[in-house]
Design a protein around this ligand. Structure first.
Ligand code: PLP
Length: 386
């Protein structure tokens, strides 16, 4: 049934992201197989194949699929038995990163970020370590790798676990090593807004086979066999329909990344030299994935504020996102924490005030990128700050 025009996204609107969908006929064939087998969930054949293929693609040995990235993060903490005390994390992230700590009865301790990478600043971590600190939960924001070596050195010195929220970092490599191999555990999100999607979905990457076993018990209510429940698990399973979908999107993921990197280059080229507009620089030690294209606006040099640019682009049907504004430390549920005081993360405060993520997805047309860049370049002349 076709949606009435009022419920459809207008063809004229450029959204910040857009999933590249697999061939509907191919998906139909997979659905026929599922209908014939009536195997809908619980480690079915599509699920098994997707776990295998993803582990292969991402260069890891122990990968467990999940219904979404948030539950995978929740289970990551439970896997390491982190269910009290404090965890040091970044305020510059999606709400899920902080909320999974709260759901595990852990107090988030917000650490400032580096301006260049937007990731947790290792030089600010040690001052936050207390006798209650259990782990560092770092985020590879926009797919830019954290300073994993520095973070690991601190963790080793103080006997802490390291968990990476790698929701943005599908396929990223640091120094030729898959980013998912760093730390104790890493978590991916396959949400529809991500460059690789299973509609909703995620994965938890463990270091060892023993850890993977524990993850898989926890993902399925703690059930070990028909009569044994080994621990207080949850339902974090991905179903067969999502796994089948994910096998098809996996076929297109290299092209999706290639196109995103091409668009990234276009943005860099067209936005270069605009006073007060900064973007992330390419790094020789990183194999990137083009997941996001954030720009950072210096309103005094650019002549227009981030919010005014956001609103102006919206008037032209271009939807950008203030990822990540507000900071997690500003949410009412966390703002009373001592580590939430804005004076403690001045870099994060500034970045959150000035960041804007521009549209990026594999099928974004070159003409759209040109139009977006022309608007950004021309806006200060047409609407300077009063
Ligand atoms: C950094 C980060 N962590 C966690 C999540 C949560 O993942 P999911 O939506 O798959 O639960 C997201 C976004 O969706 C995210 O951007």
């Amino acid at each position: 049934m076709a949606l009435p025009p009022s419920q459809r996204l207008s063809d004229n609107v450029i959204t910040v992201t857009r999933p590249t969908l697999p061939d509907l006929e191919e998906f139909g064939k997979q659905l026929e197989e599922i209908w014939a087998s009536r195997w809908l969930t619980n480690d079915g054949p599509f699920h098994k194949e997707l776990e295998h293929r993803l582990a292969e693609r991402l260069g890891v040995e122990n990968l467990s699929l999940f219904c979404n990235g948030t539950i995978a993060l929740l289970v990551a903490l439970q896997t390491l038995r982190i269910n009290s005390g404090e965890v040091i994390t970044t305020p510059f992230t999606f709400p899920a990163t902080a909320h999974v700590l709260h759901w595990n009865r852990v107090t988030p301790v917000f650490c400032d970020i580096e301006e260049e990478s937007c990731n947790i600043d290792p030089s600010r971590i040690e001052e936050l370590i207390s006798p209650d600190t259990k782990a560092i939960l770092a985020v590879h924001v926009y797919g830019t790798p954290c300073d994993c070596q520095a973070i690991q050195a601190i963790a080793d010195k103080h006997g802490l676990h390291v968990i990476y929220d790698a929701a943005h970092a599908f396929g990223v490599e640091l120094n030729g090593i898959p980013i998912l191999r760093y730390g104790d555990l890493s978590v991916l999100s396959f949400h529809a807004t991500k460059l690789y999607t299973t509609v909703e979905g995620g994965a938890l990457i463990s270091r060892t086979e023993a850890q993977r076993k524990r993850v898989n018990f926890l993902r399925n209510f703690g059930i070990a066999d028909e009569e044994t429940v080994v621990g207080p698990g949850i339902n974090g399973k991905m179903n067969e329909l999502q796994a089948a979908f994910g096998l098809l999107t996996l076929k297109g993921v290299e092209e999706e990344i290639r196109q995103r990197l091409r668009i990234t280059e276009m943005y860099r080229d067209r936005l270069d030299g605009i006073p007060g507009i900064r973007f992330l620089k390419p790094r020789s030690d990183v194999r990137p994935n083009g997941a996001y294209f954030p720009i950072f606006i210096d309103p005094t040099r650019y002549g227009v504020s981030r919010n005014d640019l956001h609103a102006a682009l919206k008037r032209h049907n271009i939807l950008t996102r203030k990822y990540f504004y507000p900071l997690c430390s500003h949410y009412s549920c966390y703002s009373a924490l001592p580590s939430s005081a804005p004076s403690r993360h001045q870099v994060a405060e500034k970045v959150a005030e000035n960041v804007l993520c521009l549209p990026i997805y594999g099928t974004l047309e070159e003409a759209s990128v040109e139009a977006i860049c022309n608007l950004i370049r021309g806006l200060p002349q047409s609407a300077p700050l009063g």
